[in-house]
Design a protein around this ligand. Structure first.
Ligand SMILES: O=C(O)CCC(=O)C(=O)O
Ligand SMILES: [Fe+2]
Length: 292
């Protein structure tokens, strides 16, 4: 199956319905190329200084990675908090949670000579596997042109939502995200994918944002990588995405905090995040239950 690549004029319903059908979709030219350049140059010092610290059998030997992106690259806010991305994430994740939040934000620079990354799903960090329930949405922003030669992300359309234990999808063929700088490749947490080998002579730089259901623990600790003083520089929606807001409302909440915090968000900034389906009982329930 091919990867569908849409124009930046695509609306959220179209993007989300292809994403639900295929497990992946790309929207090209979603961010201006100069924004991609700005983010790339903001990330540069940290990539050079620390990029190779995360070398591993999974991450690769010739791949630079860095997290803490919103502390080092403020330009990335416009990508992570992009209106279309949020609207698509609403459609994919809100059926299973009242809000969602950033799970990880990682700059990934695949250097020339790097080999293929193992194909994988991003949602295997969570020990739950319920067919049809998406836990994670990944968005890979191309900060340079992604090509077949330089390690454009490989995705397997149709590989999503398999119940891992007994329906392993066929991962012998993949599509390559060949997308210009400033594009966004969406893939569900259950969709098989991986970085590509870089057979070119220039690095391949991308920024991958993943969003998880609001009641899950994020992969990267957002409070330590973007502490309140730094988070406070961003708007309320991005602060909520960083986790400076509860999941759930009323008496049914995760992550509440009653102290002072300059980054805290009291009122969910998106109407779609205000469903408030509280499950705990009330005093009135107790009275009806006849407890005296
Ligand atoms: O670099 C890429 O294209 C994909 C990386 C990836 O999927 C991961 O590290 O989880
Ligand atoms: Fe991945």
């Amino acid at each position: 199956m091919d990867l569908t690549v849409l124009d930046r004029t695509a609306d959220a319903d179209t993007v989300a319905s292809i994403l639900q059908r295929d497990g992946t979709v790309a929207v090209k030219d979603l961010a201006p190329p100069d924004l991609a350049d700005t983010v790339a140059s903001e990330l540069r010092p940290q990539l050079d200084a620390e990029g190779l610290k995360s070398r591993s059998a999974f991450n690769g030997d010739l791949t630079h990675r860095c997290g803490g992106v919103l502390s080092t690259a403020p330009g990335a806010a416009a990508l992570v908090d992009h209106d279309l991305v949020v609207a698509v994430a609403d459609r994919i994740l809100l059926p299973f949670a009242e809000t969602y939040r950033i799970s990880s934000l990682t700059a990934i620079e695949i250097m020339p000579g790097e080999t293929d990354q193992a194909l994988h799903r991003d949602d295997t960090v969570y020990p739950i596997d319920i067919a049809g329930m998406e836990l994670v949405l990944g968005v890979m922003w191309s900060l340079c042109d992604f090509t077949r030669e330089n390690g454009g992300t490989r995705v397997i359309p149709g590989s999503h939502r398999y119940v891992r234990a007994w329906h392993l999808p066929d991962i012998s063929r993949w599509a390559v995200a060949e997308i210009p700088k400033g594009s966004a490749l969406f893939y569900l947490g259950s969709t098989w994918h991986g970085g590509g080998a870089n057979r070119s002579n220039t690095p391949r730089l991308g920024l991958v944002n993943s969003y998880c259901l609001g009641w899950l623990r994020p992969e990267e600790n957002q409070y330590l990588t973007t502490p309140p003083e730094i988070a406070a520089r961003y708007g309320p929606r991005l602060r909520a995405l960083m986790g400076y807001m509860t999941h759930g409302f009323g008496d049914d909440r995760c992550g509440y905090y009653r102290g002072d915090c300059p980054a805290w968000v009291d009122t969910p900034p998106e109407p779609s995040w205000r469903a408030g389906r509280s499950h705990v009982g009330t005093m009135e329930d107790a009275r009806v239950q006849g407890g005296g």
